[in-house]
Design a protein around this ligand. Structure first.
Ligand code: PMP
Length: 284
């Protein structure tokens, strides 16, 4: 596999980053994951915009213009012959030398790394046909979840808690209300209304979330952006998650409670179809 590091395209075993990189030492960096369908990028502009915002919030220098970033994405898709899959992009505050809590001088070059992950048949995921099962866990992350930092230890532990419980994923709960999934936004459906948490610092502003809510409204579905409790979720008719890598994924069980008849619901299934179709159409 060919990866990108600070201006170079290299075989993955030759790509290197300093041990003093603040991404490595302090999780001082941000990332984006963009999906690829049919060799084209899904919602590149949304991801580029959120990257810029994350960098700005942390005062990390923006390493290049969006056009240059798009070129690197395309080059990696071509060089690695990616038909369906993902592109991971990470920007850290760089490697100033000595370890120090204070930020390094402004002229320190950020470290930029991109690599691809092939996922043949990404849009035809078998899990979308059966739905996934989740548990709820406390949300003990830091307070700026709207910044897409590489600080992913708790979400990673959450996935392991789900695995240990014999299910697929976990939703995080704070003050009885669901914030989001370990790596996705969370939704419930009550009657014909889609409910998902409002934007704020408590959740990541999902790029897939923005697209799905737009498509839902265009399809005359009712959307409520508000916090919902885990108890409300267990009583819902349907539930689902969204992310760049799973698109729209139905949830059929929460904390051992089966939703509806235990099969993916019509709203989630329809939104998944629309999302994939519209995203393919608009892909770059
Ligand atoms: N919330 C969290 C905590 C995430 O990690 C992700 C995916 N990285 C999302 C939501 C979904 O965001 P997106 O649709 O932009 O992939």
């Amino acid at each position: 596999r060919t990866v990108y590091v600070n201006g170079d395209y290299l075989p993955e075993h030759e790509a290197k980053v300093s041990v003093f990189d603040r991404g490595f030492l302090m999780a001082d960096g941000v990332y984006e994951v963009t999906s690829v369908l049919g060799g084209k990028l899904i919602d590149f502009e949304g991801h580029a915009k959120r990257l810029e915002r994350s960098l700005h919030e942390l005062q990390i220098r923006k390493p290049m213009e969006d056009a240059a970033l798009l070129e690197i994405h395309r080059e990696l898709v071509a060089r690695n012959e990616i038909e369906d899959g993902m592109i991971y992009l990470q920007v850290t505050r760089g490697a100033p030398g000595d370890r120090d809590f204070a930020f390094p001088p402004a002229e320190t070059e950020p470290t930029v790394v991109l690599f691809t992950q092939a996922k043949p048949g990404l849009a035809e995921s078998p899990a979308a046909k059966t739905g996934i099962r989740i548990i709820s866990i406390p949300d003990i992350r830091w307070g700026r979840r709207d910044i897409k930092t590489v600080q992913l230890l708790y979400p990673s532990m959450g996935k392991m808690m789900a695995k240990a419980a014999g299910v697929d994923d976990a939703w995080m709960v704070e003050d009885d209300h669901v914030t989001e999934g370990t790596s996705n936004n969370a939704y419930i459906v009550k009657g014909n209304t889609i409910v998902t948490r409002h934007l704020g610092t408590e959740i990541l502003h999902g790029i897939t979330r923005a697209a799905v809510l737009r498509f839902a409204q265009e399809a005359q579905m009712k959307v409520e952006e508000r916090a919902f409790t885990i108890e409300e979720a267990k009583q819902a008719d349907e539930a689902f998650i969204t992310s760049a890598s799973t698109f729209v994924m139905p949830v059929v069980e929460i904390d051992g409670m089966t939703l509806g008849d235990g099969a993916p619901g019509p709203v989630a299934s329809r939104l998944r179809e629309i999302y994939i179709e519209e995203s393919r159409r608009a892909a770059l």
